[in-house]
Design a protein around this ligand. Structure first.
Ligand SMILES: Cc1ncc(COP(=O)(O)O)c(C=O)c1O
Length: 405
């Protein structure tokens, strides 16, 4: 029996009071921010605005304390062993670029292999591609099964090639499919690989315990977890973070600069060049502290209920190709209206004030394999309601009727 109260939860978001006529189902792109986050950011700028780490004055010390407290809160949230394992960056994309750049310049050697999957967001493809050719490193791709899941047998086969790095998403941003990451991490570790998990969607769905997972890197973006844009988290094992070559230089990341050379600062600062997104970190900590007032399992059950309602409703709409499986799904449904471009469907939904995304969702290789122009993606959050699910189904039925008339 769920005690989750969706009306109460939704009440924390001013967006819905300001936009009562919109159904927002583009949560995989970015989520709305609760009042607790908006207040934390405003309060910082109104009362405390100063740069961190460098100022001798009290205001700067206060800002530094709040910023570093945010790091502590985030470390506790994902059960990192040590606060220095939390590197602030601008988001999952920045984190993956730092990891790819850092490993290429240190750990990887010509002839090495990296393994990713056919379901990755561009942010977990391009950063590796940028360096592979130049460093003589090969990028292998795990194919998908007919129902668009990662082919676990092929994964096992490709691990036999002994990749140095295995990098995959926790949850597909296109389909919502939840990957068996605990098992995949263990398999990759057994094969001797460094494990990287793109948690941009995963952190939203479940509580993450990085020690339990024993993952080497887990990265995410704040804005997909009720936090502000421009802030993200690169979690890494200390010995690996210490080896990563910094992608950016300047600011607090150095301990000594000469014209001949520079010495880098200790973690976490060596990977945080320039003035960090101070209000972003404070806002993100406010988001997770607020979120922890709610029960994760109850939220998951509620989202599953919305998903089930949506899938049931889809059965009554003719001419749909549904790409997502409802099993092990985090609340994302990608579909197409047969013979119609996803952008046209998304626009017809937009005209009915249902916000969804139509297109390739930064997963062009996935859609190329399927020979599709893209898909329309409905992504649900716990602030969505059963009435909104019904409205979106009506709007989709209406769009199908118009397109197929
Ligand atoms: C699975 C996945 N990885 C990476 C990203 C990139 O996130 P960001 O643009 O916040 O860096 C996204 C964003 O949609 C995503 O869904």
């Amino acid at each position: 029996m769920s005690h989750f109260d969706p009306v109460n939860f939704r009440g924390h978001f001013e967006f819905f009071q300001q936009n009562p006529d919109w159904v927002y189902l583009d949560n995989a792109a970015t989520m709305h921010k609760p009042t607790a986050v908006l207040n934390a950011i405003t309060r910082f700028y109104q009362r405390n605005n100063s740069n961190v780490h460098r100022g001798a004055h009290t205001l700067s010390q206060n800002a530094t304390r709040a910023f570093e407290q945010a790091r502590d809160d985030i470390a506790a949230f994902i059960n990192a062993k040590d606060r220095q394992q939390i590197i602030f960056c601008s988001g999952a994309t920045a984190a993956l670029n730092q990891i790819a750049f850092g490993l290429m310049h240190t750990v990887l050697q010509p002839g090495d292999r990296i393994l990713i999957t056919a379901l990755e967001h561009h942010a977990n493809i391009v950063p590796w591609q940028l360096h592979c050719a130049g460093f003589g490193v090969t990028l292998d791709i795990v194919p998908l099964t007919a129902d668009n899941k990662i082919d676990q047998q092929a994964f096992t086969r490709l691990l036999a090639l002994q990749p140095k790095v295995v990098s995959f998403s926790h949850i597909s941003n296109v389909l919502g499919h939840i990957q068996p990451i605990a098992q995949m991490i263990q398999q990759a570790k057994k094969a001797g690989a460094i494990t990287v998990v793109d948690g941009a969607q995963g952190i939203v769905h479940d509580r993450i315990d990085v020690q339990l997972l024993d993952v080497d890197f887990y990265v995410w973006s704040g804005h997909k977890l009720y936090g502000p844009t421009g802030i993200g988290v690169l979690y890494g094992k200390t010995e690996l973070l210490e080896q990563l070559k910094p992608i950016f230089g300047g600011g607090e990341m150095i301990s000594e600069v000469q014209f001949s050379h520079s010495l880098f600062n200790k973690l976490p600062f060596r990977l945080e060049a320039g003035t960090p997104d101070i209000s972003g970190a404070i806002g993100l900590a406010a988001a997770i502290n607020w979120l922890q007032k709610f029960n994760t399992n109850e939220i998951k059950n509620y989202k599953t209920m919305l998903l089930k309602q949506f899938y049931n409703g889809l059965q009554a709409i003719p001419g749909l190709d549904i790409l997502s499986s409802p099993v092990h799904n985090a609340g994302i449904v990608a579909l197409n209206v047969q013979g119609e471009h996803p952008a046209d469907v998304a626009e017809l939904l937009n005209q009915q004030h249902v916000a969804v995304r139509g297109g390739q969702h930064c997963a062009m290789p996935f859609f190329s394999q399927l020979g599709l122009a893209g898909a329309v993606r409905f992504s649900f959050a716990p602030y969505n309601t059963e009435v909104e699910v019904a409205t979106s189904l009506q709007a989709l039925a209406q769009a199908v009727e118009i397109l197929t008339a």
